[in-house]
Design a protein around this ligand. Structure first.
Ligand code: NDP
Length: 403
């Protein structure tokens, strides 16, 4: 895997999922760096699912070549919203793919969920550096994504704060000297809740993360701790270490974003305030540093850092993700798809909070009995496994919603 993406001159940038939390943070970093004369960039493409108003506003401010919404029915609205601007517009899945295919040399992959897979693959295959926030891509199609990046020759730059932290301190020249990767976890909003309390948790409570401001899906994943499970699988793809050497450690202050331990006993960590603009800035010109507007860390105010072992009884998603990585093959894709459906159903009020992990587990069991963990080497195989798991998860949701 390539470690650095430093390219001289004007950077051509596209943001897939620009209207989301990561997309907005990326634009904030770019504006900040440009205001200091530290970034020379041109925005090639910006995309959203259906948020036309926000996408049009971004187009007004950043003057991209092309903007697209995934929801085909919003195409006319988008066109109308930017009628006075010199910007091309598109709608539907093909338009998002066109955005990924346009000539940007740095692409932020920040669409949420497996919907981001195809566009990310296209950008990777044509050689763009991929700043990867969309962890679900690697979870459901790790080998396919890594092969596309190798084929294109661009760099994979992890945006997820934990992987970005490890990336900054990982010695890629001697991975065999790494004894442990320690992924830190805030523990989410229900870190101290009992299962009984969690059984009545509402969507509003689940998305109220104590430290990070994020989109709804990843916020719920943090509440179930599936987010850390997905990150475990993501880390196993990005870093050349045995997944058995990747540990999860709850660190409620979210100051240490992750750590690498070497065989000599040294532990290297990356620290910072819980603000995604720091890891995003890191990926913009890596290994050169780009200024970000994140606040500087005040250690005296933090005063203490604490650590706890994760509790897999209360957070069974952690166990499911570990089992999925042990099984390998299509199991992580099944886990991811079932979780996506279950989280969306919880946010819609159709199922309860604890049903999310229960449904994911049920789908994993049924899939294991039906197919076993077949390996996923092509995009079609990934899409099939994903679709099958979604169907099974929908059935489980319907049964629970009717009960
Ligand atoms: P948000 O929900 O805030 O934003 C998601 C973005 O994707 C929006 O632009 C949304 O458009 C777009 N989108 C949603 N569905 C589709 C679709 N079917 N097709 C095309 N575009 C779509 O998510 P986040 O920014 O929080 O997260 C994005 C990714 O980054 C996730 O994979 C998450 O796990 C990862 N991540 C996020 C972190 C964070 O702090 N937020 C931290 C680390 C990783 P619209 O606005 O129109 O809905």
């Amino acid at each position: 895997m390539q470690r650095s993406s430093a390219r001289s001159g004007r950077r051509k940038i596209s943001i897939l999922g620009s209207t989301g939390s990561i997309g907005e943070s990326t634009l904030s970093v770019l504006s900040h760096a440009a205001s200091l004369g530290e970034a020379d960039f041109q925005i090639i493409a910006l995309t959203a699912n259906k948020n036309v108003a926000q996408l049009a506003e971004q187009a007004r401010q950043f003057r991209p070549e092309f903007i697209a919404v995934a929801d085909e029915s919003m195409g006319d609205d988008l066109k109308a919203a930017v009628r006075d601007l010199n910007v091309e517009t598109g709608a539907g899945a093909a338009a998002i793919e066109e955005a990924a295919n346009r000539d940007a040399d740095w692409v932020m992959a920040a669409i949420v969920g497996a919907a981001g897979l195809r566009p990310t693959l296209l950008a990777a295959k044509r050689g763009a550096d991929i700043a990867l926030a969309n962890k679900e891509c690697l979870v459901c199609a790790g080998e396919v994504v890594l092969a596309a990046i190798r084929e294109g020759g661009g760099a994979l730059l992890p945006v997820d704060s934990e992987h970005n932290a490890i990336f900054q301190v990982f010695d890629f020249d001697q991975p065999q000297r790494v004894s442990r990767l320690i992924l830190t976890a805030s523990g989410g909003p229900f870190r101290t809740w009992t299962r009984e309390q969690m059984s009545e948790a509402t969507p509003a409570q689940a998305v109220a993360h104590p430290n990070w401001s994020m989109g709804a899906k990843i916020s719920v994943d943090s509440a179930t701790m599936m987010n850390k499970g997905l990150e475990l699988i993501e880390a196993a793809h990005i870093f050349p270490v045995d997944h058995a050497k990747i540990e999860i450690l709850v660190h409620p202050q979210s100051v240490i974003h992750s750590m690498v331990e070497y065989v000599d006993g040294s532990v290297l960590a990356q620290l910072g305030t819980p603000d995604m603009r720091t890891p995003i800035a890191t990926t913009l010109n890596w290994p050169q540093r780009t200024p970000s507007p994140s606040a500087s860390i005040n250690f005296a105010e933090i005063s203490k850092l604490t650590f706890e072992k994760p509790d897999i009884q209360r957070f069974p998603s952690l166990h499911l993700a570990r089992e999925a990585i042990n099984s390998g093959g299509s199991t992580p894709a099944t886990l991811n798809a079932a979780n996506e459906i279950a989280v969306a159903s919880f946010l819609e009020g159709r199922i309860k909070f604890l049903d999310i992990a229960a449904i994911t587990e049920q789908v994993l069991e049924v899939a294991a009995r039906a197919n076993g963990p077949s390996s996923l080497r092509t995009l079609d195989e990934v899409i099939n496994a994903d679709a099958q798991a979604r169907r099974m998860a929908e059935e489980c949701v319907s049964v629970r919603a009717a009960a």
